[in-house]
Design a protein around this ligand. Structure first.
Ligand code: SF4
Length: 248
């Protein structure tokens, strides 16, 4: 397969024929130059991805797999990028990312999304390629989670300290895992957050990365009150929110 041609086909499909093709694209720079850069980077990432033995030899059992997961009274749905079965009968869940800046290890170890994926592999129900639904029942001690930083496959353009032009940027896989105890705490946290949302409470979560890119920053002033709830209900929610923040 010619990766470049295929990638251009997919871009064309998304821009002109996809579900959201009616949404105008804001090109920060010249469209043709941006597309050329995107394609160059994508080709490098995919080419170097498939040349790695740990990818080429992988036993991929699920790819782009949809799941549903019950946590308390709430049902979550999502899509896991990939699940691989390893030679020692353990499993690796891969989450592919193409963002410029990967999160640090602490974030990976506490991130709710990766935790929910681990819980889904254990307790959730997956849609298999043949259309049937099945639990994977992978216990946490048999599961490794790999945050896969695809941009690490883009080689350096010039020499630097400890690397040369043409070198890739190291192992793109950042590993983490979850224990049974961590998943128990995750379920409690998620149930508390869902309970807040069901009551119409969305606590702010200010951060130097998320706020500048947030669509709601113009109205996120912290002035709003919670309509329709009594003062004691508001108080208990605020107490719960503080406890959650302290526990995080
Ligand atoms: S600006 Fe956006 S990201 Fe930041 S706290 Fe408000 S809602 Fe959350």
């Amino acid at each position: 397969m010619d990766i470049r041609e295929r990638y251009l086909e997919i871009l064309d499909q998304m821009e002109f024929h996809g579900d959201e093709s009616d949404v105008p694209i804001f090109w920060k720079e010249d469209r043709e130059a941006t597309i050329a850069k995107l394609v160059d980077e994508a080709v490098e990432m995919l080419k170097n991805y498939r040349e790695k033995d740990y990818n080429y030899d992988a036993n991929v059992i699920l790819s782009e797999a949809k799941f549903v997961l019950k946590v308390g009274r709430n049902t979550f749905s999502g899509t896991v990028d990939q699940v691989r079965q390893n030679d020692d009968n353990s499993f690796t869940l891969l989450d592919f990312k193409s963002s410029k800046f990967p999160p640090n290890q602490t974030f990976l170890d506490v991130d709710y999304q990766l935790g929910l994926y681990a819980l889904a592999c254990w307790k959730g129900v997956f849609k298999l390629p043949d259309g049937t639904m099945r639990m994977l029942e992978i216990p946490p001690e048999k599961l490794v989670i790999a945050y896969y930083q695809l941009r690490d496959h883009i080689p350096y353009k010039r020499n630097g300290k400890g690397f040369q032009a043409g070198d890739e940027r190291g192992d793109p896989r950042r590993f983490t895992s979850r224990s049974r105890d961590q998943l128990k705490v995750l379920k409690r946290d998620v149930a508390a957050i869902a309970s807040n949302i069901n009551r119409g409470v969305f606590p702010r979560n200010p951060g130097t990365i998320n706020c500048p890119a947030c669509t709601y920053s113009g109205i996120c002033t912290g002035d709003s009150r919670i309509d329709g709830l009594s003062a004691s209900q508001v108080k208990s929610i605020e107490t719960l929110t503080i406890q959650m923040e302290e526990a995080a």
